[in-house]
Design a protein around this ligand. Sequence first.
Ligand code: SF4
Length: 287
Amino acid sequence: MKVDLLKPIGYCLGVVEAINTSLKVKEKYKDCNIYILGHLVHNENVIDELRKRNIITLEFEKDQIFEILDSFNKNDIVIFTAHGHDEKYDKFLMKKGIKFFDTTCERVKRNMALIKENLSRGVIYIGKKNHPETVAALSISKEIIFYNIEENMDFSKIKYHSPLIVNQTTLSFLEIYQIHQDIKKHIPNSVILDEICSSTRIRQENIKNLKGDFDLILIIGSKESSNTDKLYQIARETHSNIACYKINSKLDLIDLDLKKYHHVVITSGTSTPYQVIEEVKKYLESN
Ligand code: SF4
């Protein structure tokens, strides 16, 4: 089978930075317990690799967070994830004298800064409900209006004349275009910023513009990963006559009848390790 990798593929810069920071913290504070509050990035392989290096991911419900923060002691070090977090957690840890490190992607930080600067004019944030980046953005102020991508917006409650419109960085560029049209129709003076990050956008454009004699598309990434999910959504929307699967690793290929296909194109979410992509590629080439 012919196998093409659609580049860029594998980690984006934000994910590389988050992983490197975590490894450096462990290296510097060898004798401390290192805890990540939630998934550093949305990929189980990354979480497992960190665990092997004694960097422990803590899983919890949102309402348990302060109980967890309160349980840390002086020999513990906390790492915040790449998706951003509520700044109240920083203040809480500072008061307790617990050391912490923030791996929030620069692109997400920029988005957060824009929200803070524009609160007085009104801000509408477009995102996926309960995604950590959305949760972090909405924690900035109760005044932010949330546009949930999975529901219709009730515009009758919005009183702002020219609010700033920002969004989660890993949404689909096709989906956000439609949402922007919807907002413009209801709030013509709104100031619309497209905050999809370039790592996400380039992969989405590449999959949309894909041409050739391929008969299979594989998107590799975790089911938790928003940008993987959006790549899959765009691939299905724009190549509806081609078989397309979202997989986490080569194990997900075992039940597929690969003999039917002669040319596969592979892309990945931004938190998928290159090693996983290579394993899938080798497996396909041997079939
Ligand atoms: S996908 Fe974009 S926003 Fe998310 S970590 Fe990567 S570069 Fe940052």
